[in-house]
Write a protein that binds this ligand. Sequence first.
Ligand code: NCD
Length: 314
Amino acid sequence: MVAIAEKLSFYHLINAEQIKKKDIELICNLASKYADLSRKGSKIPHDNENLILASLFFESSTRTRFSFESAMQKLGGKIISLEQGQSSSTNKGETLSDMGRIMSCYADLIVMRHAVEGSVAEFAKYANVPVINAGDGSAHHPSQSLLDIYTILSEKKRLDNLTIGLVGDFKYGRTVSSLLTLLSYYPNNRIILISHDSLKYDINKLNMLKSLVDEVIETTDLSKYIQDLDVLYVTRIQKERFNNLLAYEKVKDNYHINQEAIKNAKKNMIIMHPLPRINEIAPEIDSLPNAKYFQQAQNGLFVRMALLNLIAKA
Ligand code: NCD
């Protein structure tokens, strides 16, 4: 048994705003215990042997779904799953609220991804077991923000006094806004938002961020700030959310992180990406010590183990 006495402050996890600093500490501490056990090849305690996780994915996923499913199994629990919403009665027109009621009869925890903003919150209203939002449209991806924070903390040993550059798609991407919410809890951070003008961060979210964070800069020019960055967080242009493919074609190759693009970066700048990547990071970067995106995906397993274990006690 991995002993953690305290409880999380939320029941369902729908957005990053629900996550308090204390929750981040609890989750990161437990995740690093799981990471240690795994590194040493020690057995993971089966603390959640009697639990069934339902994983309901109405949208594509590799890392999020498999890491949640693997996490539950490593904790001794079991999974029932729905992939791409293909075989559920939502195809027959069943509402998410009815599905929420029904799935609570069969599972002890639910993780759900859906293309429609607000859909997971709606589903959770009718579920009487904890529901984790694994991404709803362009809105939220709170478990990703936890593994991103865990990765920054384990690599940089702090979450304050950092200059963090984010690059890519802030209009449709959901990982950035969830991560920025958590980063805004820590003092003396500088946030540099680097994107094409058509993919800028929502103005209301930007103003909120500016009221919480020491310094926020919006720019189209990565080269102007690259030498200042402790963390470079790269994101994919979210092709599937564009109404107009021509608009996507115009911006899809705007930023390409290769050796040349980072030649003036600090030696210990880390490069992160929630993945999948398309062309935004060149394969030549993969073998550099700065590249942390595969480690970040691995961390996702430990963070989701911690999250499932703790949320089961909520
Ligand atoms: C992200 C997502 O689904 O929002 N992927 C993930 O969960 N690791 C990012 C993306 O798809 O670009």
